[in-house]
Write a protein that binds this ligand. Sequence first.
Ligand code: SF4
Length: 326
Amino acid sequence: MNLNLTEIDPSGIGPELALKILQLPDDQVAAIFPYTTALRERYFGNKVKLCSIVNAKSGACPEVCGFCPQSSDFKGAESPVYPLMSPEQIASVAQDSENNGSREFSIVTSGRGMTRERELQMVEEALHEIGETTKVEKCASLGLVSKETLQRLKGAGLTNYHHNLETARSHFPSIVKTHSYDEEVAAVKAAKEVGLRVCSGGIFGMGETIEQRVEFIFEVKELGVDNFPINFLNPRPGTPLEDVHDLSPYDCLRIIAAARLAMPAQNIFVLGGREVNLKAMQSSIFLAGANGTMVGNYLTTLGTAPNDTVQMIEAMGLEIDRSGVH
Ligand code: SF4
């Protein structure tokens, strides 16, 4: 593919070219790495950002999202079930994450959205405690919450809000049955409006078409989010998507590359499903344009040992970014 980097202005490529990138044959994928790497280096140098999460409240979720074993609708799916962890427990995980190189730490809870006053107070306390004991950026992923709640959390030190759109608008109804795409978009907009940095992406490999992958990337681009987290489906037994294995390692690299070329200056994180989908090609995510990944465990599945992730990054000649706000 003949791409002239000088033609990729900061607003990135459009959907037509993104589709062509997603259709590249496997043996031509490496040919776009000079472009995706140059863009990553232009905006982020040789630095890679690490983030971590804590599954602070797990399972027993009344929502129905086809990929998620935490939905109580999926009787055969296994997921830990426990109430909200104490602020001290959450802060202790944040401290461990910082020691493992994370610069951003997210408090993640199951459920449609956090509405119980006591739980909100506990998250506020956790944010204060994390602020006093670490230098990590404080992120939360608490579902569909109101602007007022986001404002309160910001007052307690929250800097980032994570809320995934999950997939393309046209594919969403076959994946999520209990809330709408517009509600997801409204949550992202609310977080932006209160002045939080926003991390919003989703999961690829859930039966969507290549055209829907393009649609999804450009939905996110349109919202102007700060971070685009890319997950690749790791099908969980007992969920409706348990037998969906749609992605090859090259598919994953094509998706990352299309996202980088479409959103040159945004942080692109590769999160869940990295190990099982990319296998031996995991380190190529940085050649394809990713500038961040997760260290430690995912929400409902285990990740690579933190040291292995750090070693993989250093073996690519890249450095862990330990600076402040990104
Ligand atoms: S993704 Fe979130 S809202 Fe959907 S079932 Fe899982 S925990 Fe519930």
